[in-house]
Design a protein around this ligand. Sequence first.
Ligand code: NAG
Ligand code: NAG
Length: 351
Amino acid sequence: LSHLHIRRSFLCYSPPPNIAIYFAVPLQVFVFDVGGKTWKFYDWSQITTVAVFGKYDPELMCYAHSKGSRIVLKGDIPLKKIVNPAARTAWINHQLALAKRQYMDGINIDIEQQVKKYSAKYYALTALVEEMTEAFHKEIPGSQVTFDVPWCPECIYKRVYNYTGIANSCDFVFVMSYDEQSQMWSHCILGANAPYNQTLAGYDNYIRIGINPKKLVMGVPWYGYDYTCRGLSKDHVCSVAKIPFRGAPCSDPVGHQVPYKAVMKQIVPRSLSGILWDKEQKAPYVEYKDPQGAFHQVWFDDPRSISLKAAYVKKRGLRGIGMWHADCLSYSGDSAAQGQTAAMWEALKPK
Ligand SMILES: *[C@@H]1O[C@H](CO)[C@@H](O)[C@H](O)[C@H]1NC(C)=O
Ligand SMILES: *[C@@H]1O[C@H](CO)[C@@H](O)[C@H](O)[C@H]1NC(C)=O
């Protein structure tokens, strides 16, 4: 910890980060930054880690440290390149050197590639996470190594990893509880990005296969999907075109992603009946008609649906919460947008 402290104060002249607070805070709030300068307006009172998925910004690094937050690299590499142990070590050392050079506090490994059970890549990936964690903890004391996993262990076609091995060896896994409609096997009616029950079932599954709840950080979406309907019925059933995805007849690529700020600013004002609520999926949605006359249904998450999930984080004793991604909110001076943005950050706190 002192090593970390010296590196931070040396570069930023910031007050020593209060590491004690970091560990005392019951919840991790894990944030993805995708670039730009809007990070100045994040709710820093809650953030414990920022994962930099955009361009490295030394100003953001200093700011995060001044707030006592960690800032971590993104790690991704084609798995075929790290099957060889020596190549794996070289890549780990490269990441470590980069983290040190940029005064960063760890790495978030985001590998979303197809892996077959018991293949060479399967073992290499588990070894990668184990070796990366060991190297970072040794070379940058107090640093953090995390790994992004899908919303449930067996739900993404051909993405079979040794999740227990991975979760046990790193600091924690970030569960990407979104895009849960990416494989619709039986029908072409789409629903919420992260339906309540299905999302919670994912965590129950990870816990059942032997992962400690304290190793799980819940990821919630700060974006939704806009689907063009072939037909929209009175009881809000939107049927969409068939676009096969890896063997499933329909999937969410028929829609496109929309950040929460665009839902609120552009879509809700055009909607036919304001924001609707689906009781089963516990998620909001809106419907509108585009200039060509086609109906759309837009599913997203809002403070109401996110609060319900945040309550589960506390009840189930998970490690914390985070989102993809922080820049989906508006940080403009517009007062309506400011209120909406504040409410989204507030919803992360379990009531
Ligand atoms: C997963 O990884 C751990 C740690 O390397 C290992 O002990 C375990 O046998 C692996 N499990 C499977 C199913 O591969
Ligand atoms: C959601 O889960 C609860 C508890 O398991 C169950 O009672 C309820 O029927 C489920 N709802 C849906 C829509 O599946």
